[in-house]
Design a protein around this ligand. Structure first.
Ligand code: ATP
Ligand code: ZN
Length: 223
């Protein structure tokens, strides 16, 4: 691939992280002209462009070198780091960004008298995060079945396809609506700036350093 002289940042095209990510970048002095197809946003001042994609694709795009950085939930980055082998291990979290806060938690049917993780032994847990859940179960020495679902995880216990779930929780409203109760927090998540372990050794590396400096200023002011 031809080396790029512009920095490319992957972010969510449409979802919870889109507006706050754009706002953060604009506070860092970056402005963009949106292209017609809305996949690509051309940076107007600095040579920094955006690629607008599904959040799940962001870690892979960085690992493959299609993008230099990404703004993505720690939950999505962490899952990729655990499940994508060497490509996953090549990524790291550069900065927490302070928005998109949620938790990856285990929830069980409200009527269950849950008091310890050992109760999950032999149970089936539905999740979209088999990597993060699997690691947590291993460190606890719990042997549970992991049922991987792409979405609508919270209805699995009612359907009888799982006994518990491991899913993202923010207010807890979805859990209550599905007669579930949060019992264990596996991960405290928020949007993060994700990138490769090492800076590219060209102008893009300098641009990333500049961006990090501005980000640190903006995040400090906000705190
Ligand atoms: P995409 O179409 O990009 O795949 P999505 O449906 O996977 O979108 P969103 O629901 O927009 O993603 O959530 C994006 C991120 O927002 C999550 O990965 C998570 O980090 C964060 N988040 C914050 N609160 C919640 C919540 N209550 N439920 C789900 N995600 C949340
Ligand atoms: Zn997604």
């Amino acid at each position: 691939m031809k080396p790029r002289d512009r920095l490319r940042i992957a972010m969510q095209k449409s979802g919870r992280l889109t507006e706050p990510a754009l706002e953060l970048l604009s506070r860092c002095g970056l402005t963009f002209r949106q292209s017609r197809d809305k996949l690509f946003c051309f940076g107007e001042g600095e040579p920094v462009d955006l690629l607008l994609v599904r959040d799940d694709d962001i870690p892979g795009l960085i690992a493959q070198g299609v993008c230099d950085l990404g703004i993505v939930g720690r939950n999505v980055l962490g899952e990729y780091q655990l499940t994508a082998g060497r490509e996953g291990a090549a990524l790291s979290e550069w900065r927490p960004l302070g928005f998109g806060r949620c938790r990856l938690s285990i929830a069980v049917p409200q009527e269950l008298d849950y008091h310890d993780a050992v109760q999950l032994n032999g149970q089936r847990i539905a999740t979209s995060y088999p990597g993060l859940l699997g690691e947590w179960l291993r460190t606890r020495g719990v042997q549970a079945g992991v049922v991987t679902l792409a979405g609508s995880v919270e209805i699995a216990p009612r359907l009888g396809t799982a006994d518990a779930i491991c899913d993202l929780v923010q207010s807890g409203g979805t859990l209550v609506a599905n007669q579930l109760r949060e019992t264990e927090v596996l991960l405290e998540s928020e949007a993060v700036l994700a990138g490769p372990q090492t800076l590219p050794a060209d102008e893009r590396g300098d641009l990333i350093e500049l961006l990090l400096k501005r980000l640190d200023g903006v995040i400090q002011v906000r705190e």
